[in-house]
Design a protein around this ligand. Structure first.
Ligand code: CA
Length: 227
């Protein structure tokens, strides 16, 4: 999993400044990373699963990188190195608390950036998978790989979106998942029409599982899997 090996680290650089972004992509590519660049934080939220690690700018065209990071941490453990011109302790500490794996101030020493990226990626790869393939709650059994749900041993027929919704919830058992995160995950965007659809899908899933208490409503926020 290190740059230069047969399988290069798949890296997403989230940077809205074309000049800075393109220069980063070029130099990281030369160092053996497989690099793509996107300008918007939203691209990291929707595309994180295609990468091994991300470099995240904080001043982005579509918002504050720290907010993006906070949302990302509700859905993904992908290693993130924040790369920002902001060098005040408060921002750095906040970024690390929100879930950055590392923080570098612009302009970075490229060798150091590459080394830190390799370190956080190796650490993530060595960590035990935080996602079991099968989640069991009482007589409800959810196979995340096969995308199947059984209740009391009987298969339950759910739509793709209903399954995605369940998967997004069971990934964080006992933790509330915001409506926004669920809409991003399942529909790829948080708009008013989707908001109604989310409630309808939750209602359907509750009926199909026959265990309405398994998905708790967190008023004004979202939903939670489990008790
Ligand atoms: Ca920027």
């Amino acid at each position: 999993m290190s740059a230069g090996d047969q399988s290069p680290i798949r890296l997403l650089v989230v940077e809205d400044d074309d000049e800075v972004g393109d220069a980063l992509v070029d130099v990281l590519h030369e160092l053996g990373f497989q690099v793509e660049r996107k300008a918007r934080g939203a691209d990291l939220l929707t595309g994180h699963s295609r990468y091994d690690a991300a470099v995240l700018d904080l001043g982005l065209a579509d918002g504050d990188g720290l907010q993006v990071l906070g949302k990302l941490r509700e859905i993904s453990t992908i290693p993130v190195v924040v790369l920002s011109a902001r060098d005040d302790d408060r921002t750095i500490v906040r970024a690390l608390r929100v879930g950055a794996d590392d923080y570098l101030v612009k302009p970075p020493r490229i060798g150091e950036l590459a080394a830190r990226l390799e370190t956080v990626t190796r650490r993530a790869a060595a960590a035990p998978p935080d996602q079991p393939a099968v989640v069991v709650a009482g007589d409800v059994r959810i196979d995340l790989c096969a995308r199947r749900i059984h209740v009391g041993g009987e298969p339950v027929s759910v739509t793709g979106r209903e399954f995605d919704l369940v998967a997004a919830l069971v990934e964080r058992p006992g933790s509330a998942v915001s409506r926004e995160v669920l809409m991003e995950r399942v529909w790829g965007g948080a708009i008013a029409a989707v908001s109604q659809s989310l409630d309808a899908h939750i209602a359907n899933v509750r009926v199909k599982l026959g265990r309405p208490d398994l998905i708790k409503t967190i008023r004004g926020f979202g939903y939670r899997w489990g008790h």
